[in-house]
Design a binder for this molecule. Structure first.
Ligand code: C5P
Length: 240
């Protein structure tokens, strides 16, 4: 069955404090996003990849695709929030993005994965894909490292959560095309603006309760400046 990927990379990377968003930072002569794309492109069971980037990075991403000879990839412009970017990617897969010719062959399953998590492994992607096909939605989780507390507006402790009951929601996530399409079509402006969790939209708007699968630590997201050095050393190890 056809499987396609949406890689949201439309962020501006404020938390690294760098001029260049982290997905475009270069590691051993290749931008981070190119490693992520390569991970998916190598898999014969992945049909196509849509990379969603901010409008000002469209040319940069197009250059990267040519320079590193990525073949299964299309670039589409992102939106002002992560959800808007992902929705643009989903529409492009269905041949509905602005200026796109109708694609005709919608994928059965759509994997959504952050461009800044290049180290995802094939067997885990496969697990997510199969669970998404069966359940309609599936997502990676990890145990929490820190205890989560709510604070008052004045900066005092309000309450703390029982850590054992909670999980961090990570990427990748997978959906049948129908579920992710309907979830975004039915959700509100406020969901697009403030919502953070696609799995939640699938439950709320399609009644699809995701299968949650514990992922390996390699799902880690390059977020802060210090993560760039760690990413480089993982890439070096993988290449040696
Ligand atoms: O900000 P955060 O690290 O949660 O972003 C996760 C992913 O969402 C990143 O890959 C980022 O580029 C993407 N994103 C996007 N469009 C936005 C904001 C974030 O594609 N408007």
């Amino acid at each position: 069955f056809p499987v396609s990927v949406v890689l949201p990379a439309g962020g501006t990377g404020e938390r690294t404090g760098l001029q260049t968003p982290k997905q475009f930072c270069s590691f051993l002569g290749r931008p981070l996003i190119s490693y992520t794309v390569q991970t998916f492109e190598r898999l014969s069971w992945i049909q196509s990849i849509v990379v969603v980037v901010a409008k000002e990075h469209m040319d940069l991403m197009t250059d990267i695709i040519q320079r590193f000879q990525h073949r299964k990839v299309r670039v589409v412009p992102g939106g002002s929030t992560r959800h808007r970017s992902i929705w643009n990617g989903v529409l492009a897969l269905g041949g509905e993005a602005e200026g796109e010719a109708a694609a005709g062959d919608r994928p059965k399953v759509v994997i959504i994965h952050d461009a800044v998590r290049p180290f995802v492994e094939e067997d885990f992607l496969y697990k997510i894909t199969m669970a998404a096909k069966e359940q309609g939605a599936a997502g990676a989780i990890r145990p929490l490292v820190s205890t989560v507390i709510a604070t008052t507006a004045e900066g005092y402790l309000d309450h703390s959560l029982e850590r054992a009951k909670y999980r961090a929601s990570e990427m990748p996530q997978g959906f049948t095309y129908d579920v992710i399409y309907q979830a975004y079509q039915r959700c509100t402006e406020s969901d697009f603006e403030f919502g953070t969790e696609c799995l939640h939209l699938a439950l709320q708007y399609c009644g699809t309760n995701a299968k949650l699968i514990q992922g390996p630590p390699t799902l880690w997201k390059v977020t802060y400046k210090r993560d760039l050095a760690a990413a480089e050393s993982i890439i070096k190890d993988a290449l040696s």
